[in-house]
Structure formats: structure tokens, C-alpha cells
Design a protein around this ligand. Structure first.
Ligand code: PLP
Length: 382
């Protein structure tokens, strides 16, 4: 039977492979997926239950219920000082829906998009699902980022650059100077910027600015965000796009053919989450800060692991080159010998080779226990 090229080119995710492999072991400590054990806040679950009991179980507008778009507008205003009207906002099935539908809104087959690597691997597949071509720029090294980006621009073909700050997998926050450089390039070469800010409220050290804060960027920026990580609502599947009207309208129009709309009672629960964002987010952020700090302190005891202080997100991206193992060797042997599952860095493209990613998604106690085992493995493996 015929199978499309889109399917053939869809690269299997190494993150999922190791996650599936981990399921074959008993008593495994799974630090692979970015899906924390923190329960969804009670107030949000109550709002979902209330919406259900009020029969909020129907289709909604493709772009989402007006109440949620208003709450999103207020949320983004608090962060950026920019006003988005409801026709500049589309609610989507998580940030994944937002990313794919906005990518499909700006890329034709043969077009190119620049991705800073190491990166969340879904970006590659989303670009390929549009028949377009990903171009990668390594942003781990100290080299001149602007120069590296410009080198990858193909006139008439490059349509966009995607940035993710704070980053999955590195936890790195792009400085405002770097954002300004990227903004200058976008203006000069007439590119869209997709800014994936799903981890923006999980910041421990310093401030995470948005490229939207730079003058004249609103008209060429597609902001992607979601409630998944901010409020521990991964299963609600609520995300959004804030963008110029033509893009928000396109995203909503494409949504009609994919999901029609996001689950109605999840949208109502999301209004409650956003209206209580200050307290809910700070609690979640503090939990991750405690976990990442404790895990980092333990891992730093290793002579073979190079560990940076965590700045943001709940991921630790650890340099394992001194162990002499490749990322995959390290991850698979750690799983086999210690029953601890982490993601090999090459799952996030070539720039991630020599690293592993640990998701601090379990209790502080379990993390510290596993950190001791990881250090033992890294320092005593033979
Ligand atoms: N963007 C990044 C960088 C992510 O790490 C993830 C999930 O891990 C997503 C987007 C997708 O988030 P959502 O659950 O809102 O679809």
C-alpha cells in the first residue's frame, strides 16, 4: 500500500524510544519525558469539573472561547506590555498544535526554517510535515550566533527562525542582546520569528525576556505558549498562538480541519488557571527550583560530569564527554545497569552529542537518590 513521504520522513523520536525501552525494566526511575509528577492545581481541576457539570462539552469557535482569548490577552500583556485583540489569538491543542499550525501557515513545500540546536525534536518533523526543510544553527558554542544564522539563510526560501527560550533541552535563557541580534536578522531578511515560550514561567535565575519586547517585532512574531508546563496541565492539551491577525486567522482556519477546536471544558479550566497565574506559577516554579538545585548539587560531585547551575525549566543538560561514552551508550548503559532512564543528548540533534538530559519530574528525594547512582555510574563505569 502507498504511504506518503510525510510519514516516511517523520523521524522516530529517540526520546520516545528510550522511554519505551525503560518500560521493559522493573522499578525504573524514569527521568525522560517532560511530564512532571506535580498534580494539576485543585482550583483548575474544580473549574474543569464545574464546566463539565454545566455541560460545557460542545464544540467551540475554532479560535477558542472568547473568555479564554481575553484571559490570554491579559496574560501576554502582563509579560510583554503588548495588546493582542481576540482576532490575533487562537487557542490550540497544546503548544504542539500551535507550532504545527503556525508552521503550516507560513511554510510552503521547499521553503526553509532555521532551528537553533540542540532543540526539541518535534520542530524538525513539523517543518518536514509542511514539505519544508529545517536548517540548523548550533547555539551551544561561543561562536558568533548572528553570523551562523546568516550563513544558513537562503534568499527567497528561508521564511522563519524558531527560538525557544528558556530552552528544552538545555534550560538556557537567550540573553536580551542575543534576542536583539536575532530580531535584527529577522527584520533585515524579512523572516517570521516563532518564539516558543512554554517554559517562560519556570525561571530560577535572572529574567527571561521575550523577543516581542523589541520594537517592531510584534508584526513578524508568532508567540507560542501553553498551559502544559506552567500549570502542570499537560493532559488538558491547551496552548495558544498570539500573532498578526492573518496568522491567527490562518491557524484557526487550519484548526477546523484538524481538531475543530480544543476541548471545551479544558478551555474553561484554562481561564481559571490564567486568572490565578501568579500564585499557581510561583508554587510550580519553586518546586522545580528546589528539585533542580538539589539534583545539580549531587551531580556536581562527579569528576566525569560537567554540570551547569540550572537557570530555568526542569531539565538538566549534562556534559558527559569525560566518561568516554557516547550519549546513547551512556543512556542505555545507565538504564541497563542502574535502571535510571535519561535522554541521550543526540535526541536533540547533533549539537546534543556528548550530553544527556535529565527531566527533574520526580520528588527531590528520588532525584537525589538517582543523582548518586548516576554519579557512581559516570565515575566508576568500565
Ligand atoms: N515546546 C517545547 C519546547 C516543549 O518542550 C514541549 C513539550 O515538551 C512543547 C512545546 C509542547 O507542549 P504542549 O504540551 O503544550 O503541546
Amino acid at each position: 500500500m502507498f504511504i506518503s513521504n510525510v510519514v516516511k520522513e517523520n523521524e522516530p523520536q529517540l526520546v520516545r524510544r528510550i522511554y519505551d525501552k525503560a518500560k521493559e525494566y522493573d522499578n525504573v526511575v524514569d527521568l525522560t519525558l517532560g511530564d512532571p509528577d506535580i498534580p494539576t492545581p485543585e482550583i483548575v481541576k474544580d473549574a474543569a469539573a464545574k464546566a463539565l457539570s454545566e455541560n460545557k462539552t460542545k464544540y467551540t469557535a475554532n479560535a477558542g472561547i472568547p473568555e479564554l482569548r481575553r484571559a490570554i490577552s491579559e496574560d501576554v500583556f502582563k509579560r510583554t506590555g503588548l495588546t493582542y485583540t481576540s482576532d490575533e489569538i487562537a487557542v490550540t491543542a497544546g503548544a504542539m498544535g500551535a507550532l504545527y499550525l503556525s508552521t503550516a501557515s507560513i511554510l510552503d513545500p521547499g521553503d526553509e526554517m532555521i532551528i537553533l540546536e540542540p532543540h526539541w525534536p518535534n520542530y524538525t518533523n513539523m517543518v518536514k510535515m509542511c514539505g519544508a526543510i529545517p536548517r540548523y544553527v548550533n547555539c551551544l558554542g561561543d561562536e558568533d550566533l548572528s553570523h551562523s544564522i546568516i550563513e544558513k539563510i537562503t534568499p527567497g526560501k528561508t521564511r522563519a527562525i524558531i527560538i525557544n527560550s528558556p530552552s528544552n533541552p538545555t534550560g538556557i535563557i537567550l540573553s536580551f542582546d542575543k534576542l536583539k541580534e536575532i530580531a535584527d536578522i529577522a527584520k533585515k531578511y524579512d523572516l517570521w520569528v516563532i518564539t516558543d515560550e512554554v517554559y517562560r514561567t519556570i525561571v530560577f535565575d535572572g529574567m527571561c525576556r521575550s523577543i516581542l519586547e523589541i520594537p517592531d517585532m510584534k508584526e513578524r512574531t508568532i508567540l507560542v505558549d501553553s498551559l502544559s508546563k506552567r500549570f502542570s496541565m499537560t493532559g488538558f492539551r491547551v496552548g495558544f498562538v498570539c500573532a498578526p491577525k492573518e496568522i491567527a486567522t490562518a491557524v484557526a482556519a487550519l484548526e477546523e480541519n484538524v481538531n475543530s477546536c480544543v476541548c471545551m471544558f479544558a478551555q474553561y479550566a484554562s481561564v481559571t488557571a490564567l486568572q490565578n497565574s501568579a500564585s499557581l506559577e510561583s508554587e510550580i516554579c519553586n518546586t522545580f527550583k528546589r528539585r533542580c538545585t538539589a539534583m545539580t548539587a549531587e551531580l556536581k560531585k562527579s569528576k566525569n560530569l560537567a554540570v551547569r547551575d540550572a537557570m530555568a525549566t526542569f531539565y538538566l543538560f549534562i556534559d558527559i564527554t569525560k566518561t568516554g561514552l557516547t550519549s546513547e551508550e551512556f543512556a542505555y548503559r545507565l538504564l541497563d545497569e542502574k535502571h535510571i532512564a535519561v535522554v541521550p543528548g543526540n535526541a536533540f540533534n547533533k549539537a546534543g552529542e556528548g550530553y544527556i538530559r535529565i527531566a527533574c519530574t520526580l520528588s527531590e528525594e528520588k532525584l537525589v537518590e538517582s543523582a548518586k547512582e548516576i554519579v557512581d555510574f559516570a565515575d566508576n563505569k568500565n
